[in-house]
Design a protein around this ligand. Sequence first.
Ligand code: ADP
Ligand code: ZN
Length: 515
Amino acid sequence: MGQALLDQAEHVLRSLYGYTAFRPGQQKIIESILNKEDALVVMPTGGGKSLCYQIPAAVLEGVTLVISPLIALMKDQVDAVNEIGIPATYINSSLTKAEERKRLKDVADGNISLLYVAPERLYEPSFQAALAKQPLALIAIDEAHCMSQWGHDFRPSYLTMADWIDSLPEKVQVVALTATATPDVARDICRRLHIDENNQHLTGFKRTNLTLRVLKGQKKTAFLQQYVEANQGVPGIIYASTRKEAEAIYRAIDGKTNAVLYHGGLPEKERTESQEAFVYDRADVMVATNAFGMGVNKANVRYVLHANMPGTLEAYYQEAGRAGRDGEPSECMLLYQAQDVQTQRFFIEQSDASEEKRKHDFEKLQWMSRYAHTNQCLEQFILSYFGEDAGEPCGKCSNCKREGEQQDVTRDAQKVLSCVVRVKERFGKTVIAQVLTGSKNKKIEQLGLDKLSTYGLMKDRSAKEVQAFIDFLLAEQYIGLTPASYPTIQLLPKGAAVLKGEGQVYQYKETVERT
Ligand code: ADP
Ligand code: ZN
């Protein structure tokens, strides 16, 4: 690669942006772009994605085309880069015809380095004609997850974009960017845009100022009341998964603290009032559904407490990540109740998504539940879920901090695993627990499951305890759930190994953390 280009890039960073250094990740990405490699960038919101194409745009010959569905944000972005001296413009439906013509002429005349458009624009003849007059340096596709039907925001206008790029007379370098791609969405984007999978850059998910905690076995209302009372004057968000639940929590904690409520069922005026009271520090606690948060800029949120488990780790981490934007130490807590899994399952069942998409959603839900039950460092768990190098255990999450010894539970694990095999992987958690505890339930007898050699193998335990142990084995991937409304338990390779005596299972003695 031309070292000269890279030097120029650093010069632009310092002299135009006024920053002292690239963030980790940015440097590698920009190097790879200047090295003429296509790239996929997955970086959370606020991570610094824009620089990854703006700086190449400033140093490369020709036009960098930025495709984004967010028309409302184009003006601000273009104003900001123009201000520091990178010639940029946008063309979208908000412009008059005369203004549009003027801008197209600027593009055709070679006065523009950065050009922002929405995907629909690509097919307009006047746009194509202007673009054809200048070499294209780079195509940056923002919000690239909109391209994948596995993503949570699929847009049909994004589907044809890859064809449009393929139809260009010459191969143009591509960089796709998104804040929220799971490994499968990332793979899908790479496939559509012919990006080498080795050119995925997953970075910036680590937020060292956040402490992650999973709390199990709490009496929810009492816990929340106590928590907010002890944290008066400290800004925090409590997320609930339904409007009803948000209302109930709001009623329960109001009086213990200064709280406001926000969900999609409230009139716009009330929502605005709640949001402003919270943002301007007139209220301490925001009780909300996931309708709250997008585009809300409040840097000093000290905790995000999920009173219910969301359906995916993407949703969880995005919401939890609203804590500590100012870089100060902050907490992200998940209150886990088994009931929440049912609620999320219900949401998936009720959705009108395709069978395949639903299967996918069930799998994502399973990852979310694994997070709630794993013994692993929670930060490492999340980072590896997003495909980022997990590094060392964080040393401060509720798993890293867990007191007590790990105990060898291999024998118990083998009992569960062999029961899964004996029932031929046809049943779920409840039935397996009933069989193992020797339940006298009619259904168990009718199915002849009381004749199994594993029947009653764990009769010294309660069904609830055994279910919790099964959750643990699911979290650690000894077993897995089928992605269905009524999931059955299947043996995974790691579990098969334990059954064969090739591996030990360890679990913390104290599985229920108390605060
Ligand atoms: P994203 O598009 O990933 O949400 P942005 O590109 O808007 O993030 O960047 C988020 C913030 O971080 C912006 O205020 C930006 O100016 C700032 N930023 C980005 N890169 C750097 C850097 N290398 N040094 C300092 N600040 C940076
Ligand atoms: Zn940890």
